[in-house]
Ligand binder design. Structure first.
Ligand SMILES: CC(C)(COP(=O)(O)OP(=O)(O)OC[C@H]1O[C@@H](n2cnc3c(N)ncnc32)[C@H](O)[C@@H]1OP(=O)(O)O)[C@@H](O)C(=O)NCCC(=O)NCCSC(=O)C[C@H](O)C(=O)O
Ligand SMILES: [Mg+2]
Length: 375
């Protein structure tokens, strides 16, 4: 067992000191590209600044006989590209039990470790996988003379990984976040789907029969197959101070359902998602940035709540300490995004709520807005 103090000591002599807080950098869209695909690779430099994260994918979707080419391609792209201040470079390495993972980590950290922000590890089963990557990264960082630690992102795509989700999140100070891997997870769970993420028309609830007529027309509503998984992931991440992400939506043409799936994840607490094709980039950015109207409303609540205690009435609704905290999540996210995205900065600066806002009125004696510190 490691002591709490050991947790923040480097795992190799000469490795950078582990971080205590995961940097809150915008990561609404993690854009996947195959570095061995010349057409895709050629588009990467022009995508800098248009996505929060560019991810060189080495795992699934890269053919087995292109693995070395993909690794070499990523090294070449990273060396040749200036990613600027606002676009991070991530990679998804091959699975730890594959013939490529060791060379992926060794090559990438020693060759381009100074440019690499996060390593995404697929098919993570438990804390032991993170401990292995943690130590190896420390050794390689020391060898490469890196001064900042590379962070680790785990993909949840096995039932065992799901069961161990809390220990995975807390396995290392390098843990940056989690993504859902719906296709692999569905297969591992023996779910009866054949899609990469998204819903299924057969997964539904139906209204009760009228007058016992079970054959009569009854409304149905499709349910979200991923609700439990995402909610569980969000809780585990929140508990450990790291970030949850949706993952892939494989029906590239169905931009409407893609947006719905992304929005469900956003509303449940995820901070971003993957884009597999350029058409998904704008969807992800739009969904994972709060709307101007929500920002305007959140600001009104913050303003109305004064010192942050008590209760007030605003537009016929009760606002109190707890609704204030929700509004602060929105306001703080908007402020963070505005720092890196000039379009959002302008949008949020001019943000107004639709309708005619009323003046807040105290709902109780203790709820009068005051001038004290906001909680
Ligand atoms: C899905 C694709 C195979 C589609 O590719 P393509 O048929 O070439 O699409 P288009 O003709 O519409 O492409 C138009 C142009 O855009 C370029 N393009 C396409 N995708 C990308 C991209 N991701 N980044 C940059 N540029 C891209 C094409 O080259 C075309 O260019 P041009 O001809 O010059 O106009 C393809 O999009 C793709 O392979 N995407 C990535 C797929 C991927 O990464 N999959 C792995 C992640 S999902 C997963 O692993 C499952 C998960 O782990 C789980 O378990 O759930
Ligand atoms: Mg997968």
């Amino acid at each position: 067992m490691r002591s709490a103090k050991d947790f923040f000591r480097p795992l190799a002599v000469g490795a950078p000191t582990p971080i205590t807080e995961v940097p809150a950098r915008p990561s609404r869209v993690i854009h996947f590209f195959d570095p061995s695909n010349a057409k895709m690779a050629a588009k990467v430099p022009a995508m800098v600044g248009t996505v929060d994260v560019l991810l060189g994918n080495l795992e699934d979707a890269v053919k087995a006989d292109r693995k070395e080419a993909a690794r070499a391609g990523l090294v070449e792209i990273a060396k040749a590209t200036d990613f600027g201040e606002h676009t991070q470079l991530w990679t998804r390495i091959n699975a730890l039990d594959s013939p490529w993972a060791l060379d992926d980590l060794t090559t990438l950290v020693t060759e381009i470790g100074d440019k690499l922000d996060v390593v995404m590890v697929p098919k993570v089963q438990g804390a032991e996988d993170i401990h292995y990557v943690d130590r190896l990264l420390a050794q390689l960082e020391a060898k490469a003379g890196l001064t900042r630690p590379i962070l680790v992102h785990a993909i949840l795509e096995t039932a065992r990984g799901m069961v161990n989700v809390e220990e995975i999140c807390g396995a290392s100070p390098r843990m940056q976040g989690l993504s859902l891997g719906p296709a692999d997870l569905a297969a591992d769970r023996r779910m009866k789907t054949t899609r990469v993420g998204g819903g299924h028309p057969g997964y539904l609830v139906r209204t009760d029969p009228v007058d016992g007529d079970v054959t009569g027309a009854r409304a149905t509503a499709q349910q979200d197959l991923w609700h439990y998984t995402i909610a569980r992931m969000v809780d585990a991440c929140a508990m450990h101070g790291i970030y949850p992400y949706y993952g892939p939506f494989g029906d590239i043409q169905d931009v409407v359902a893609c947006e719905d799936q992304f929005r469900n994840a956003f509303l449940l607490g995820c901070v971003g998602t993957w884009s597999l094709h350029p058409v998904q980039i704008e969807i992800a950015k739009r969904v994972f940035s709060p709307s101007a109207e929500d920002v305007a409303h959140a600001r009104r609540v913050v303003e109305a709540m004064g010192d942050g205690t008590g209760a007030v009435m605003l537009d016929g609704k009760m606002e109190d300490d707890a609704s204030l905290k929700q509004c602060l999540v929105i306001v703080e996210l908007a402020e963070r995004l505005a720092q890196t995205d000039p379009v959002l900065a302008e949008l949020y600066a001019d943000a107004r709520e639709s309708g005619s806002p009323e003046e807040p009125a105290p709902a109780s004696a203790s709820g009068a807005p005051g001038d004290g510190d906001r909680r």
